[in-house]
Ligand binder design. Structure first.
Ligand code: CDP
Ligand code: CDP
Length: 219
């Protein structure tokens, strides 16, 4: 039987990371971990409780409920929808730049990856969280295409944000993520670059699965 590997998927907002990571994990029978959801959950708590939570993160429990669309639980409370709100999205890059937040979440993520058989997506997975991952993908797409994809999701959610606002929001968040001091968004040297601008979800999924199968045969 093939050995289990870890797959790290990083890249800017709306490149297709979570959709494709989830599918790859399903196909391989692996666990999918959305690290962005963890930063979003801490940001929601910050908005609700104020800045003191940054220094008492040991009381914060973030868990994933599998099945039923992968629910995100913050101290047992289902926050799956709330963490996608405009208020959280516009604050998350600021909160993610705090050292205590990163230390806390990175160590939680590393524990989840200990047993292998994990597909984890985020910004610093290949560089910081799982630097030993057997397969690293850096997924990107043009800002225009990324904004257009996010627009469809926002409309489905009933939001009236337009394409200009979304493009500006995505570019600003990418800039903050790429320029922060601690584990910024950057391609790991040994990551495979995957540009999904002109790719369907199926094509991107198959691209990753093919390399993953090869890697699984190697370990
Ligand atoms: O899904 P989307 O691309 O909108 O973002 P996300 O993956 O949910 O991540 C939200 C934010 O969390 C990012 O813009 C980063 O500021 C932060 N993040 C991070 O700093 N490190 C990670 N490993 C994952 C997310
Ligand atoms: O996780 P990340 O922010 O990188 O992106 P996502 O939430 O997985 O993808 C953003 C949107 O783009 C989703 O609605 C995907 O279905 C869509 N998408 C697409 O239309 N074509 C692709 N090749 C990849 C993603």
């Amino acid at each position: 039987m093939d050995k289990k590997i870890n797959i790290a998927i990083d890249g800017p907002a709306a490149a297709g990371k979570s959709t494709i990571s989830r599918r790859v994990a399903e196909k391989l029978g692996y666990i999918y971990i959305d690290t962005g959801a963890m930063y979003r959950a801490v940001t929601l708590l910050y908005i609700e409780k104020g800045k003191d939570i940054i220094d008492s993160l040991e009381d914060v429990e973030i868990t994933f409920k599998r099945g039923d669309g992968n629910r995100v639980l913050l101290n047992q409370r289902d926050v799956t929808e709330e963490i996608r709100s405009e208020a959280v999205t516009s604050k998350v890059s600021e909160i993610s730049s705090f050292e205590s937040v990163r230390n806390y979440l990175v160590s939680m993520q590393q524990k989840l990856g200990q047993e292998r058989g994990v597909v984890m997506d985020g910004r610093d997975i290949g560089t910081t969280v799982l630097p030993e991952a057997e397969l690293k993908i850096f997924m990107q797409a043009s800002p225009r295409v990324r904004a257009a994809r996010r627009l469809i999701e926002e409309k489905d959610r009933g939001s009236d944000i337009d394409i200009e606002q979304l493009t500006a929001q995505i570019i600003k968040r990418d800039e903050l993520d790429m320029n922060r001091e601690i584990s910024p968004l950057v391609k790991a040297e040994d990551a495979v670059l995957l540009d999904t601008t002109e790719m369907t979800i199926d094509e991107a999924e198959n691209f990753i699965l093919e390399i993953a199968q090869n890697k699984m045969g190697e370990v």
